[in-house]
Design a protein around this ligand. Structure first.
Ligand SMILES: [Mg+2]
Length: 229
């Protein structure tokens, strides 16, 4: 893959589906959730989580500001039980329980690419629509700048470019010196296009706006050797 790494100072990575295989993790979590509901003799947790994920996708499409509060209000109105307990349930299943399974689902070549970028003096950024710090630690990865759509300074999900612009502002790097790496053209690719940032889309097609790739080892082999930057 032809990437002129010398002209880039900042690489920004999406997390879910990019740094690890999200389909694999979801199969594991679906099995856990099935077991949980069988023991509880009801499907409430499964229903809440399904609605949470579906509505969150819609709020990303709509680029709704303050989406977490909107989502919580909707869940409370439909499922009852109060905002606190519902938030705890969602955090437990979406953020905490997956952590032990992340490392096994990590994409091949990611650790090498991070090492290579760091040795070459590049800044490593992470931009996720979910909180990302605990996941990065579980994946054994370290980034210089970590931004989530849930941060108060962002408060809106991709494809809105605000999160990517926040990463660049914190890193002090301009769009033409930044490369975004994600797994969803309609989210990561579109955010990159709107921010004026070159974007690589894992598993995606190459278009006028972003470049598809299939394996991080392609990106790795195109990265500069140590000291080249
Ligand atoms: Mg993703």
């Amino acid at each position: 893959m032809d990437i002129a790494w010398d002209s880039f100072r900042l690489a920004v990575f999406d997390v879910d589906g990019t740094l690890y295989d999200q389909r694999r993790l979801r199969l594991t979590m679906a099995a856990q959730l099935g077991l949980h509901c069988a023991r509880a003799l009801n499907l409430r947790t499964a229903h809440v989580l399904k609605r949470y994920r579906r509505r969150r996708e819609h709020l990303a499409d709509a680029e709704t500001v303050d989406f977490e509060r909107v989502l919580e209000d909707e869940l409370v109105a439909i499922h009852g039980g109060g905002g606190g307990p519902l938030r705890a349930l969602v955090t437990d299943w979406m953020e905490v329980r997956p952590l032990p399974y992340l490392a096994a689902a990590r994409r091949p070549g990611v650790v090498d690419l991070f090492d290579r970028l760091r040795r070459s003096g590049k800044i490593i950024g992470v931009l996720s629509d979910y909180p990302a710090r605990d996941k990065l630690a579980a994946l054994g990865l370290d980034a210089d700048v970590v931004v989530s759509a849930t941060d108060a300074e962002v408060n809106v999900m991709k494809p809105h470019p605000a999160g990517l612009q926040r990463v660049m502002a914190l890193a002090g790097v301009s769009p033409d010196e930044t490369v975004m790496i994600g797994d969803r053209a309609e989210r990561d690719g579109e955010a990159g296009r709107r921010a004026g940032v070159r974007t690589l889309v894992l598993g995606g097609d190459t278009t006028a706006h972003w470049t598809g790739f299939t394996d991080f080892r392609q990106v790795w082999t195109a990265a500069p050797s140590a000291g080249a930057a």
